[in-house]
Ligand binder design. Structure first.
Ligand SMILES: Cc1cc2nc3c(=O)[nH]c(=O)nc-3n(C[C@H](O)[C@H](O)[C@H](O)COP(=O)(O)O)c2cc1C
Length: 370
């Protein structure tokens, strides 16, 4: 172990709302498709998350707040008592292992299919997701989503608030509102997916309205200090095209920065980009940065230097995805400089049981003193 590794600010504690985190490493939300077909978390998920409890904070995978919001097969949900009971076993296992957990709330919008949710997907406008979507029967062409009525928008806002209360009842410390990566909230933000001419579409101030209403409602439901917001400015995943990224996120933060939220979570945070510096300056609270790592492998230092660079640029916490997926003891590996496991099989990220899920090895225990 080198002193410089051990002394990294990544391993210093941090305050997050009412919580004290033992380190600044956050397990990023990762969909793993292990829930039962009806969205109930299974015991294997408790094992998986408890194995990773040394993270300063775990943000559990995208979880659907209502039936129509389901994206893919075997996504967990949080809108019925059985979902709460299933998640409670997960949060109890993580707490027993010394960890803390937020739950990510995700409505898929047009990223959905009747074969997955049993319902026709809804979206800001009837603009289909390009290409195909994964269903239990394999990849299928996407369908044109139905445009949400004002009443449906109101009901969806209420569903997010109820889901947040359910998450607290299930033992989560808080929730993360998912406004990133091309799902429903991002579809309202981006001009190519939001063609509305009512109060929810048009200029940037109108396109941020839905995300603002959802976030405010969730904050009222469980307390702003227990609510985070995840955004991915400029990211084109899931067919998103923003033509006014800086103005859009400036408008969003103008609405939300005074709310006292627990954190803002930036996907692909690049400290070299002007927008990163602008958002950092505009956000008065905790900023989680999810650094840009190589797409095809986990770096030899497990993401340590990328995370340290983000902290040096003003982020407060660092979220890592694949490094936590493949390394239950990631914090220990980063602390000691031990090399990380690589993701073994990309296919196993999104299907199946324990293989590629709960069977990643930890470091061998140190030999007992003679
Ligand atoms: C298997 C997998 C599932 C993911 N699922 C989600 C998700 O449910 N919600 C989300 O916001 N991001 C999701 N992501 C994105 C990650 O949170 C993260 O932003 C991305 O993997 C980049 O971080 P990394 O380079 O440390 O892996 C997922 C990524 C992976 C690899």
């Amino acid at each position: 172990m080198t002193n410089s590794t051990a002394a990294s600010p990544l391993f210093e504690p941090a305050e997050l709302g009412p919580l004290t985190l033992p380190n600044r490493l956050v397990m990023a939300p990762m969909t793993r498709n292990r829930a039962a077909a009806d969205g109930v978390p299974v015991p294997l998920m408790a094992t998986y998350y408890a194995q990773r409890a040394s993270a300063g904070l775990i943000v559990a995978e995208a979880t659907t707040p209502n039936a129509v919001g389901q994206t893919y097969p075997h996504i967990p949900a949080i809108h019925a008592p059985r979902h709460i009971a299933g998640w409670r076993a997960v949060t109890e296992a993580v707490r027993a292992a010394g960890g803390r957990m937020f739950l990510q709330l995700q409505h898929g919008g047009r990223v959905g299919h009747p074969a997955n949710s049993g319902l026709a997907p809804v979206a800001p406008s009837p603009v289909p997701l390009p290409g195909t979507i994964f269903t239990p029967g394999g990849h299928r062409p996407t369908v044109v989503p139905r445009e949400m009525s004002t009443a449906e928008i109101r009901a969806t806002v209420a569903d997010f608030a109820a889901a947040a209360r359910n998450a607290r009842a299930a033992g989560f410390e808080g929730v993360e509102v998912h406004a990133a990566n091309g799902y429903l909230l991002h579809q309202f933000l981006a001009g190519n997916t939001n063609r509305r001419t009512d109060a929810y579409g048009g200029d940037a101030r109108s396109r941020v309205r839905f995300v603002t209403e959802v976030t405010r409602a969730v904050a009222e439901a469980v307390g702003a200090e227990r609510v985070g917001l995840r955004i991915s400015p400029g990211l084109t995943v899931n067919g998103i095209e923003e033509d006014d990224t800086p103005a859009l996120y400036r408008a969003l933060l103008a609405e939300l920065s005074g709310l006292g939220l627990a954190y803002l979570h930036l996907v692909y945070a690049d400290p070299g980009q002007p927008l990163f510096r602008e958002l950092r300056a505009a956000w008065p609270g905790t900023l989680i940065g999810n650094p840009v790592l190589p797409r095809d492998h986990i770096p030899a230092d497990g993401g340590l230097s990328a995370g340290a660079a983000l902290l040096a640029a003003g982020a407060d916490l660092v979220a890592l995805g694949r490094p936590f997926l493949a390394n239950p003891d990631l914090v220990e590996r980063l602390r000691t400089g031990a090399p990380p496991n690589q993701v073994r099989d990309a296919y196993l990220m999104y299907v199946g049981g324990p293989e590629g899920y709960t069977d990643y090895p930890t470091l061998a225990p140190a030999p007992a003193a003679p």
